[in-house]
Ligand binder design. Structure first.
Ligand code: PEP
Length: 253
């Protein structure tokens, strides 16, 4: 039985005051009930991570990083390692978010190193995959997702892969207001689970959580979560409103 998981990606938003007030509102508005039955995480910008982790420390809400670097320490100006993130209270790290792939040029090979570094540093990676609109229109969704998953998990043992959450996020649905229909999302999630079954074993495929992301809102969260292979939601824009984020958590409960 997979426990639902809702993660909020704040991207490059909030400031030193609003990051804390958003975290506090999420704690106070949620989750005596939903909090028990849903895993919840928020991913603030790096500079506010420690303060947000502190604001959430008495709650069951976890903190995640939006990215990590592949090395653990050294002369890598501007980068942040998994061990640093672990040190300040992070539990999760997004790896291969579509904005990092398509705006910042990250490759599957780099993302594979990030997933590996996250696990090595004691973080739980959330590996993001998903196709561009042109790829969906050319019926290449399964091919793209297969390539991303195989490349990004290359070289990891089954034990290590069991630390990973997959987020299926069609690029055309991120920040656009276009959401995959529950049926489109379910089809992709079912495909990913069967791919993981082929790559690993039945237990891993059954237990791994596969989140959907792409313009999730309170109004569509329930229908998405009703699908059999959608185990949770990765939420961008709507996670910046405590009310919307809490409504999404409740829809996932
Ligand atoms: C995301 O950032 O992963 C995301 C899905 O964004 P949005 O919900 O705004 O589409």
């Amino acid at each position: 039985m997979r426990k639902p998981f809702v993660a909020g990606n704040w991207k490059m938003n909030t400031d030193s005051h609003t990051s804390i007030s958003l975290a506090e509102s999420i704690v106070s508005g949620s989750l005596e009930t939903a909090g028990q039955s849903v895993s919840v995480a928020v991913c603030p910008p790096f500079v506010y991570l420690q303060a947000v982790a502190k604001a959430l420390s008495a709650s069951s809400i976890a903190v995640g990083a939006q990215d990590i670097y592949i090395e653990s320490q050294g002369a890598f100006t501007g980068e942040i390692s998994a061990s640093m993130l672990k040190d300040i209270g992070c539990t999760y790290a997004l790896c291969g978010h579509s904005e990092r792939r398509h705006v910042l040029g990250e490759t599957d090979e780099l993302i594979n190193k990030k997933v590996t570094a996250a696990i090595g540093g004691g973080l739980l990676p959330i590996l993001c995959v998903g196709e561009l609109l042109a790829e969906r229109e050319a019926s290449r969704t399964n091919e793209v997702v297969t390539r991303q998953i195989k490349n990004c998990l290359a070289g990891l043992s089954i034990e290590k892969v069991s630390a990973v959450t997959i987020a299926y996020e069609p690029v055309w649905a991120i920040g656009t207001g276009l959401t995959a229909t529950p049926q489109q999302a379910q089809e992709a999630h079912d495909f990913v689970r069967k791919l993981l079954l082929q790559m690993y074993d039945a237990q891993l495929a059954e237990e791994i959580r596969i989140l959907y992301g792409g313009s999730v809102k309170p109004g569509n969260a329930g229908d998405l979560m009703a699908e059999q292979d959608i185990d949770g939601l990765l939420v961008g824009g709507a996670s910046l409103s405590a009310d919307d984020f809490i409504a999404i958590i409740q829809a996932a409960a």
